[in-house]
Design a protein around this ligand. Structure first.
Ligand SMILES: C[S@@+](CC[C@H](N)C(=O)[O-])C[C@H]1O[C@@H](n2cnc3c(N)ncnc32)[C@H](O)[C@@H]1O
Length: 378
């Protein structure tokens, strides 16, 4: 099949609109793709009970779509934020257990409130939340074991979802929800716009959040936090569909842009970024994607399908747009023996779905076109 054939209107854009699982709105995540894309390929290339894997799962869009359709959704991501958001979607506890946990935390907080000391907390965090709200947040931060317990992980994911945003459903000063600007930028903005830190009750907002976003998927799945080039927990020839969107060449620093949510998880944003792919070198990107596709080849069943959504990138100096998807096909996938199962589709992304423009944020070097590679082993 000629790789240069472009389908101008991808099939998932012409399908009848459906109501996606409410859990998709648990927490926003930068560079997330819409549920309609994984849903389209899950329906097209898998059956109930099949394994669907996203090695760069972000907020868990693919595994949630898989579990909602009674497949086994497996996520993987090296960012701890992505890990906990995906865990909440593939090991979703009952609403009763979530409500009891919130009640229990509220009761324990009432007993221990007097002992919480805010003075140790950094100015970067204190400028965002009132003392009333921050005390509750610090208590939650200390008492939620999101690493080991799925009820705690779900409550943590809800806190992350309401941590910052620009309505009274959020805990912070008015600010963007999808990502965090740098601390110095936020400080200047607060001063320039005389923003006040609101007193918000974390427990009450969590109950409201659960009412809006809770929906149990049909089946359960798994999540890992390995490097996408070494998925040691996943067996050879076990996956029917790999459905993913890898990082592009140095478009987004997933750690730095999530520093507030990572603070709540007790993680350092710079350390998180050191573990994730972030390079402007095409050579290094080619090496990385060759590693990812080699691992994809290993875990994929012989009749399986791998779908990679890769955005065009803009060169910072020349402003020239580069078709990174085509590059990955020609230099990484084809040399490994993959075949194109469908023509490479071009998905034109509307302006506000990729990077939020609240607070005058500019779009990095991502552009408006995503290329969709649909690959098979033979
Ligand atoms: C484009 S985002 C995926 C977004 C996802 N499709 C969604 O809807 O939320 C790419 C993800 O790759 C992760 N990532 C970057 N380098 C990685 C690596 N070496 N191994 C595993 N995950 C990595 C980032 O943390 C980020 O969540």
């Amino acid at each position: 099949m000629a790789s240069s054939d472009l389908v101008q209107l991808p099939e998932w854009k012409t399908e009848p609109k459906r109501v996606p699982n409410k859990l998709h709105s648990l927490c926003s995540y930068i560079a997330m793709f819409p549920p309609s894309i994984p849903n389209h390929f899950i329906q097209k290339y898998t059956d109930e009970g099949d394994v669907v894997l996203d090695p760069f799962s972000g907020r868990g869009t693919t595994p949630l779509e898989a579990c909602t359709s009674n497949r086994i959704g497996i996520g993987n991501d090296r960012n701890p934020l992505a890990y906990v958001l995906t865990l909440a979607k593939v090991q979703t506890p009952s609403i009763g257990r979530i409500s009891s946990k919130i009640e229990q935390l509220e009761g324990d907080y009432a007993q221990g409130e007097a002992d919480i000391n805010l003075t140790q907390e950094d100015w970067k965090i204190r400028m965002l939340f009132s003392d009333y709200t921050l005390k509750q947040l610090l208590f939650m931060k200390e008492n939620l074991c999101w690493d080991t317990n799925n009820v705690d992980a779900f409550v943590t994911a809800m806190v992350l979802g309401i941590l910052h945003g620009n309505s009274d459903g959020y805990l912070s000063i008015k600010m963007p929800n999808t990502f965090s600007m740098s601390p110095n930028y936020i400080r200047g903005y607060i001063a320039g716009h005389e923003l006040e830190r609101p007193d918000r009750n974390v427990f009450n907002l969590l109950r409201r959040k659960a009412g809006r976003c809770y929906e149990q998927p049909a089946s359960k799945g798994q999540v890992y936090r390995s490097d996408a080039r070494k998925l040691t927990k996943i067996r050879n020839d076990s996956v029917s569909l790999v459905m993913t969107s890898p990082p592009y060449t140095r478009v987004i620093r997933y750690g730095a842009f999530n520093w507030i949510r990572l603070w709540f998880l007790g993680k350092d944003a710079k350390e998180v970024d050191r573990k994730l792919l972030c390079t402007q070198s095409l050579f290094k990107y080619q090496e990385f994607m060759t590693g990812v596709l080699t691992e994809t080849m290993r875990v994929l069943k012989s009749d399986g399908t791998a779908v990679f959504v890769i955005g065009d990138v803009k060169d910072r100096t020349s402003d020239k747009v580069f078709n990174l998807g085509q590059f990955v096909w020609e230099n990484c996938a084809e040399p490994l023996g993959f075949e194109l199962k469908e023509p490479i589709a071009a998905d034109v992304i509307s302006d506000d779905t990729k990077v939020s423009k609240i607070w005058g944020a500019r779009r990095g070097n991502a552009t408006k076109i995503d290329r969709v590679l649909v690959l098979s082993k033979s």
